[in-house]
Design a protein around this ligand. Structure first.
Ligand code: ADP
Ligand code: MG
Length: 302
């Protein structure tokens, strides 16, 4: 098969591993820089051009679209979908997962365990919003944040009010969340491919830190997950409409709580911590599923 990887960097670990795994299985792999794709549309003739040439003849496309280029990246992916190229994750599912509030609303509707989470627009509503999530200590998150940046633990009500006011003063979009203290600075990343958890790791925050992100000094190790955790991760990926997803769970006293569902989960941390060939599993999923025009949406319900 001819498989395109939409990625900004051919040297990124995840991109390299997908190229390797695809080539090892006998496929022709092409890394395509998402931001260098340009497109034209005419009735029933969606074209994609790349560095002066027309891109065509792909059987599947693996989107690795960074959070900062979601808008353009999903437009490029939609163009592939309109041509009938099979996407590992569909553009609509990626857009959905990038909107943290929308994601939580969808997960909540399907009865998936979540930390109590609130959001508000007006500073006057802050005191009541804090009550709604159960008071301090609580976690305040910038909606645009990644890698733990913009996630703040407010130990007291006063601290929470000040931080929320400061963020609102900067016109930042935030959400306020119940602090799951019993998680002990750890979270569980479940890597889901095609409705199965194919690898799972526990990330533990550095001493004195509550955020377990590897970028914040956290460390990762292989973990055995419970049946309930496995089913929660699978269901969360399904609700989001993602074939490949990184589902992050907090272990709480009332069971697994979904923190976020990532549509371009990195391979480096999970492959290192678990020793599993996750890239090959993604390639096998493509081999099993990719047929022309097999995407459910083809961008139509964009
Ligand atoms: P980001 O998208 O920046 O990674 P997260 O929402 O994943 O932001 O939060 C970063 C880390 O902070 C999580 O991996 C987790 O360890 C910790 N954390 C986030 N929310 C909570 C919470 N409600 N209770 C306890 N710990 C949390
Ligand atoms: Mg995270």
């Amino acid at each position: 098969m001819r498989i395109a990887i939409l990625s900004r960097g051919p040297n990124l670990y995840s991109t390299r591993r997908l190229v390797e795994a695809g080539e090892a299985a006998g496929h022709e792999m092409h890394v395509v820089d998402t931001l260098r794709c340009y497109m034209s549309m005419a009735t029933a003739q969606p074209q994609i051009h790349y560095k002066g040439e027309q891109l065509e003849g792909f059987d599947a496309v693996i989107p690795r679209i960074g959070a900062s280029i979601t808008f353009y990246g999903t437009a490029v992916l939609r163009q592939f979908e309109m041509q009938g190229v099979f996407p590992v994750n569909e553009s609509v599912a990626i857009s959905r997962s990038r909107d943290k509030l929308r994601s939580l609303q969808l997960l909540s509707r399907k009865g998936i365990g979540l930390p109590i989470t609130g959001f508000a627009n007006a500073p006057d509503d802050i005191p009541d919003l804090i009550n709604m999530v159960g008071g301090a200590p609580l976690v305040i998150k910038l909606l645009e944040g990644t890698q733990g940046i913009g996630v703040v633990l407010a130990e007291t009500r006063k601290a929470a009010e000040s931080v929320i006011e400061a963020f609102m003063g900067l016109s930042a979009n935030i959400m306020v969340q119940e602090y799951i203290e019993e998680a002990g600075g750890a979270d569980i990343r479940c890597f889901v491919v095609d409705g199965k958890v194919v690898a799972a790791m526990k990330r533990q925050a550095a001493e004195g830190e509550f955020r377990s992100n590897l970028h914040r000094g956290g460390s990762a190790q292989l973990v055995r997950i419970s049946k309930e955790e496995r089913l929660t991760a699978i269901k969360a990926a399904k609700v989001m409409g993602l074939n490949v997803a990184g589902v992050d769970l907090l272990r709480s006293a009332r069971g697994p709580l979904v923190m976020e569902v990532n549509s371009s989960p990195g391979l480096e941390g999970i492959e290192e911590a678990t020793g599993k060939d996750v890239a090959a599993m993604i390639i096998r999923f493509i081999e099993k599923q990719a047929r022309p025009h097999r995407t459910a949406t083809r961008g139509a319900r964009g």
